[in-house]
Design a protein around this ligand. Structure first.
Ligand SMILES: Nc1ncnc2c1ncn2[C@@H]1O[C@H](COP(=O)(O)OP(=O)(O)OP(=O)(O)O)[C@@H](O)[C@H]1O
Length: 216
């Protein structure tokens, strides 16, 4: 799924400045893209606009599949958010099954794919644990497993490794960027994660600039 962003400008209601001004972005199908930039530069806002959580005020966002058909990103994307919202009284496995139910999987299919994604994230031992007992980092990995349990071709991820140590982050990124060849938009402060992406952009003064090296 190819994503195109043209002239995207956004201002929060009541504010007198644009958070984003004229953002241009072209993401070929199956490409992983990191969006970096200082705190408050508008990264989460851009992701929210991409996924339809905020209404587009000015500009255009299009998702196009290889046959040329056009989609709303919200219909083809799955999310991994900074603050993971799991159902606290349901088990880890049940929470991850929800990702597969999004695609219309049967209960048996959902359980199979959910167990695979939990293994990818190294948390399969927690399958039967109610989500309310998980640590922050465990919950984050379960949230990512839930996102990846869906076959939707676009993954929008906001700091999905923010609560993980470096070694765990590596394994999680392997799974996230692995075989499925999704189009991934990753908002991150984690330079190691940004460097693993095919392309990197920095938000500066409301616009995106190519970031060869994600360090500055
Ligand atoms: N609902 C809102 N109403 C008004 N202003 C907002 C709202 N949400 C965010 N902002 C402002 O928009 C700007 C961009 O915020 P955003 O969360 O997109 O930045 P960010 O780059 O993701 O930051 P961080 O790295 O700290 O998560 C900030 O100045 C923030 O205060």
């Amino acid at each position: 799924m190819r994503l195109s962003v043209r002239g995207l400008t956004y201002r929060y209601p009541g504010s007198d400045t644009d958070v984003l001004s004229g953002v241009e972005l072209e993401i070929p199908s199956g490409t992983t893209v990191a969006i970096v930039g200082p705190s408050g530069s508008g990264k989460t806002t851009l992701l929210a606009l991409l996924g339809g959580l905020l209404p587009v005020q000015d500009g255009r966002i299009v998702a196009r599949s290889s046959d040329g058909s056009v989609h709303r990103v919200s219909e083809v994307a799955t999310w991994a958010l900074q603050t993971v919202s799991l159902l606290p009284d349901r088990t880890t496995l049940e929470n991850v099954c929800l990702g597969a139910f999004l695609d219309g999987a049967t209960r048996a299919q959902a359980r199979e794919v959910a167990m695979e994604r939990l293994r990818d994230m190294g948390v399969e031992g927690l399958a039967a644990t109610p989500a309310r007992f998980l640590s922050g980092g465990e919950a984050q990995r379960v949230g990512l497993a839930r996102a990846l349990a869906s076959r939707r071709p676009v993954l929008l991820a906001d700091e999905p490794t923010g609560q993980l140590d470096a070694r765990t982050t590596d394994g999680v990124l392997d799974a996230m960027m692995g075989a499925s060849r999704r189009t991934v938009v990753l908002v991150t402060h984690d330079l190691a994660a940004a460097r693993r992406c095919d392309m990197r952009f920095r938000l500066r003064s409301g616009s995106l600039v190519a970031a060869e090296d994600a360090s500055a």
